[in-house]
Design a protein around this ligand. Structure first.
Ligand SMILES: Cc1cc2nc3c(=O)[nH]c(=O)nc-3n(C[C@H](O)[C@H](O)[C@H](O)COP(=O)(O)OP(=O)(O)OC[C@H]3O[C@@H](n4cnc5c(N)ncnc54)[C@H](O)[C@@H]3O)c2cc1C
Length: 375
């Protein structure tokens, strides 16, 4: 049986583990801490326009060398397997990578998403048209104002929204949104209206839904808890290598031997990339690329982009060949049994329309390629 070590406990590592196990591999996931997955707002942006992605030569999905029909088939399989697995952990989702909706966050700002938690789905802005919407406020909570959210829903999206305050007297002094997490949803007085709750409550009424979050996010925390159950807590600090292969990954107190390795260490928040004068990959010194060129060769230009346009700098990351082997700075393939997946990859905007799509699909394929690795 092929053994696979997945490094990273975010959505990319989880999808890699799902795919590798499905292909019969024995999988260990090692993760140091929650990463960006634990911060996601609550709407999975998977993909918008497949054809336009395939025209971007440095986009990690275009680099897979799979045509639009093939990508669609892989996405069908990856997303349905992921949602099935999350459902078994008690987290139910709605939507598909083929459909897209708009959902309001706690400030009333609309965000697009393909797949959302079941508790968010009824808040799709199109579906709220013609309905009255009560936005629940909690006067004891200082970092959220239901009145402003209702106003934004009305003025920005034409939703017939109004705020209703419901007091929760046993909250701590100077309570924050995080203090609502895990509490039973309070019932409003308003009747006949859909009810928008700040995220985090449990036991929503039938006509209730959760707004999307800003960090820290209850949606992200629930997802992170569901996907983190089987992971070994630890930090990989070095590797043993030989003849262009990795033989083991080491943490402070353990050595993990495996036939294949998946690097799903995330971007700056996860710890997969290190910001500095130039951005680097801290574990193996793999090449970091910006628009197809090695970040080394760009000198301080890349660093300055952090100030000029942070989203540009955030497109830097690892580059892979068609089988998701990460490349050295000179463009050569680094190790024959190493695969990279998720936000550690560059060439796309990870706050954009593939925020979850790249981690899900590259994780899924990296896990499959790793499981088929011959010793
Ligand atoms: C604030 C915020 C909000 C976002 N909201 C959305 C959204 O609403 N919708 C959307 O589609 N996308 C969103 N994104 C983007 C999306 O969350 C990320 O692209 C995605 O979660 C990345 O997943 P990942 O598994 O690649 O990385 P991460 O989730 O960052 O996971 C990386 C993992 O690697 C581990 N790791 C790193 N180095 C080591 C090591 N040496 N040893 C062991 N483990 C290690 C980390 O501890 C972590 O477990 C958001 C991003 C941010 C930052």
């Amino acid at each position: 049986m092929t053994t696979v070590l997945v490094i990273g406990g975010g959505i990319a590592g989880y999808c890699a583990a799902l795919a590798a196990r499905r292909d019969g591999a024995e999988v260990t996931v090692v993760a140091r801490a929650p990463g960006a997955t634990a911060l996601y707002a609550g709407g999975m942006e998977i993909i918008d326009d497949v054809e336009s992605i395939l025209r971007q030569e440095n986009h990690p999905l275009a680099r897979l060398g799979i045509d639009a029909v093939g990508l669609a088939a892989e996405l069908d399989m990856a997303v349905s397997t992921l949602l099935l697995a999350l459902g078994k952990e008690g987290l139910k989702f709605q939507g598909s990578w083929r459909s897209r909706g708009l959902y309001a966050d706690i400030h009333g700002i609309a965000r697009p998403a393909n797949v959302v938690p079941e508790t968010v789905a009824a808040g799709e802005l199109g579906a709220l048209s013609g309905k009255r919407v009560a936005v629940i406020g909690v006067p004891e909570v200082g970092d959220y104002d239901a009145g402003s959210t209702a106003l934004a829903l009305k003025e920005l999206h034409g939703v017939d929204a109004f705020a209703e305050d419901v007091s929760i007297p046993d909250l701590p002094t100077a309570a924050a949104l995080t203090d609502l997490y895990g509490r039973r949803a309070p019932a409003p007085h308003a009747r006949g209206a859909a009810i928008a709750y700040p995220p985090g409550f449990t036991n929503l009424p039938d006509d209730g839904f959760e707004l999307l979050a800003s960090p820290p996010s209850p949606h992200g925390w629930r997802l992170q808890q569901a996907i983190g159950l089987g992971a070994v807590r630890g930090e990989i600090t070095s590797f043993e290598t030989g003849r262009a292969r990795i033989t083991a990954a080491r943490s402070a107190d353990r050595s993990f031997r495996a036939d294949a390795f998946v690097l799903a260490t995330g971007r700056h928040i996860g710890g997969g990339l290190q910001a500095g004068r130039t951005t680097t990959e801290p574990l193996l010194g793999l090449g970091v690329f910006y628009e197809g060129r090695s970040a080394d060769s760009l000198g301080t230009r890349l660093h300055h982009l952090t100030y000029i346009d942070p989203s540009e700098e955030m497109r830097a990351g690892l580059m892979t060949d068609r089988r998701l082997h990460p490349l050295h700075a000179d463009g050569s393939s680094a190790y024959s049994n190493l695969y990279a997946a998720g936000a550690v990859l560059g060439g796309y905007d990870y706050a954009g329309p593939c925020g979850f799509g790249v981690p899900i699909l590259t994780g899924w394929l990296a896990g499959r390629y790793a499981a088929r690795q011959t010793a």
